[in-house]
Ligand binder design. Structure first.
Ligand SMILES: NC(=O)C1=CN([C@@H]2O[C@H](COP(=O)(O)OP(=O)(O)OC[C@H]3O[C@@H](n4cnc5c(N)ncnc54)[C@H](O)[C@@H]3O)[C@@H](O)[C@H]2O)C=CC1
Ligand SMILES: CC(=O)C(=O)O
Length: 374
């Protein structure tokens, strides 16, 4: 019988866990075994007893990694976890290998099958396992941006919604996907003056219709970005090329032209960031100042609201976890092309084309190295 392992997360201030007790119940009902690290749910306010009642075995960390055929995590493996990577292990988690090439090197050398939540992709292009955390991060980007704008946090001292007689903050959102739309929606709800940019005009049409003009939509190009950013109190970076490194949309020169005390929240930092002056920060030390502009670029934003995020994540991942565990990776990717797109590395090869391009490594088509017949 396949065993699913769920270890505690080790990334800085990462309080999510990869499976809820309800998820465990469903996996057990599908005929699988689940072993959860003792205390893994504590950060999400889930007790060991809740996991036990759902049917999981609780075990110390070494036993979880040793017993599991499929390890479900939230974030990319940390340095302390690398020695646990072994040939044939299936690791299902956010990997963001374009931003963490050293993690890719380890997974390749250790011949792990690395299935990345963020590149599981439906035929429509949708990213069903990135979407829930993008919804959380987009909404949080507005609340952290509002806080960074406060004077004692280094910001311009502007209230997002203004007050009668005083203009609201100008919020510029780059990318109208799941992060960007959620951010724009929340900022508009707080009565900010919201400008949303994307290269995809159909997406802008959709947002415009839903919000009936309440959000100003703009086609994204260098000129439009430069003008929008120069007038912004808060800029939220939310562009994505699936699997690839984030394109630089805001250059250092544009940052130099921003208002003193304005704020950048670069949510796309987990793919390398779309603002040239952004580098990854942590929940412990989330901001720094560059050219008079406050930068916030936490790579695991939803980790700050784990009660919500853990549940939203399991809601989306569970069917794929069960599919992978029941069928094994070869049968599962043959049965579901969306999962195939999720396989970034297998048996020492990079099997996702966009990830290979971002890493500057050769791409080996998945069906050449992982198929039911093979
Ligand atoms: N830091 C964190 O904790 C988190 C980060 N993210 C990241 O946020 C980013 C955005 O994710 P989603 O909104 O889910 O992606 P998405 O695919 O839903 O949306 C991305 C949008 O960017 C647009 N785009 C691409 N290139 C562009 C360009 N040059 N100019 C303007 N628009 C462009 C696309 O047309 C698309 O509408 C990703 O990198 C994702 O990994 C998501 C969740 C948490
Ligand atoms: C998407 C991602 O990297 C996160 O939720 O942490």
């Amino acid at each position: 019988m396949t065993t699913i392992g769920v270890p505690r997360e080790l990334k800085d201030d990462e309080n999510r866990v990869a499976m809820t007790p309800d998820g465990v119940r469903e996996a057990i009902a599908a005929g699988l075994d689940v072993v959860v690290e003792e205390g893994a749910g504590a950060g999400s306010s889930i007790t060991d007893d809740e996991y036990r009642r759902a049917g999981a075995a609780l075990a110390p960390v070494d036993e979880v990694w040793e017993r599991a055929d499929l390890v479900c995590k939230v974030k990319e493996p940390q340095d302390e976890e690398m020695d646990r990577m072994r040939p044939g292990l299936v690791l299902f988690t956010y990997l963001h290998l374009a931003a963490y090439p050293e993690v890719a090197d380890e997974l390749l050398a250790r011949k792990v099958t690395g299935v990345a939540y963020e590149t599981v992709q439906l035929e429509s292009g949708a990213l069903p396992l990135l979407a829930p955390m993008s919804e959380v991060a987009g909404r949080m980007a507005v609340q952290v941006g509002a806080s960074c704008l406060e004077r004692h946090h280094g910001g311009r001292g502007v209230l997002l919604g203004g007050v009668p007689g005083v203009r609201p903050a100008r919020v510029v959102v780059l990318g109208a996907g799941n992060v960007g739309w959620n951010a724009a929606w929340l900022a508009a709800g707080l009565e900010a003056d919201v400008h949303l940019l994307d290269k995809n005009l159909d997406r802008l049409r959709f947002v415009d219709q839903i919000h009936r003009g309440r959000i100003t939509t703009l086609a994204s190009n260098r000129g439009a970005v430069e003008r929008a950013v120069s007038e912004a109190d808060l800029v939220i970076g939310a562009v994505l090329v699936p699997g690839g490194r984030a394109p630089t949309v805001v250059t250092e020169e544009m940052v130099e032209g921003m208002l003193p005390g304005s704020v950048i929240v670069d949510v796309a930092i987990d793919q390398g960031g779309c603002v040239e002056t952004a580098h990854e920060t942590t929940h412990h030390a989330p901001t720094y100042e560059r050219h008079g502009v406050v930068h916030y670029a936490v790579g695991n934003i939803p980790g700050a609201v784990p009660n919500t995020s853990t549940r939203a994540l399991t809601n989306a991942t569970l069917p794929y976890v069960v599919e992978l565990a029941r069928l094994g990776p070869a049968e599962a990717v043959a049965a579901d092309a969306a999962l195939g797109a999720g396989v970034n590395v297998h048996a020492g090869h990079v099997t996702n084309e966009a990830v290979a391009a971002a890493l500057g490594r050769p791409h080996v088509p998945l069906d050449e190295v992982l198929s039911p017949a093979g």
